[in-house]
Design a protein around this ligand. Structure first.
Ligand SMILES: [Fe+2]
Ligand SMILES: [Fe+2]
Length: 161
């Protein structure tokens, strides 16, 4: 049995490797993977709508995490909140590029939107591993008094180095 995947095979598939154990965060991360996958594979005519959907998702995603950090005085929150803001700024810049694009530059701006989606695909695993996972542990500890136990399905084993 394969790990659960999104409906867009080959674009950006969900992997249980991304599970961090704090359920509300894992849910929002599944949505993130699905929406970035949609942007990678969106037909040209749907790129703007797909990018707008991504921006709306990221607003909610980052606001939720920022609120968890602020409400619980999560100690290393500033760099995490700053990274969210930097990503949001890039997304807003690409949105305004697409909004301004004339027919002659449409192909360039479409390529930029897809590049943004691919950059987010590359960015997410590191952000999740280094920043979101610490927040997930923190939130689980506060809510349940311990670190999360994460059950990941059917991942290939890697030899330790
Ligand atoms: Fe996140
Ligand atoms: Fe985050």
């Amino acid at each position: 049995m394969k790990p659960e995947t999104t409906a867009h095979p080959g674009a950006f598939d969900w992997s249980d490797e991304f599970l961090l154990g704090f359920a509300p965060m894992d849910e929002v991360h599944k949505e993130f993977v699905e929406i970035v996958g949609k942007l990678i594979t969106a037909p040209q005519g749907e790129l703007r709508a797909s990018l707008d959907e991504l921006a709306a998702h990221l607003e909610r995603h980052f606001e939720a995490e920022d609120n968890w950090m602020r409400e619980t005085d999560f100690p290393p929150r500033e760099c995490h909140i700053d990274e969210h803001a930097a990503v949001m700024l890039s997304v807003r810049q690409v949105q305004s590029l697409l909004a301004r694009a004339q027919a002659a530059t449409q192909d360039d701006s479409d390529a930029t939107a897809r590049s943004l989606a691919l950059a987010l695909q590359d960015w997410f695993p590191g952000h999740a591993t280094h920043l979101d996972s610490a927040l997930s542990h923190w939130m689980c500890k506060r809510k349940h008094g311990g670190k999360p136990i994460v059950l990941r399905r059917n991942l290939s084993l890697r030899s330790g180095t």
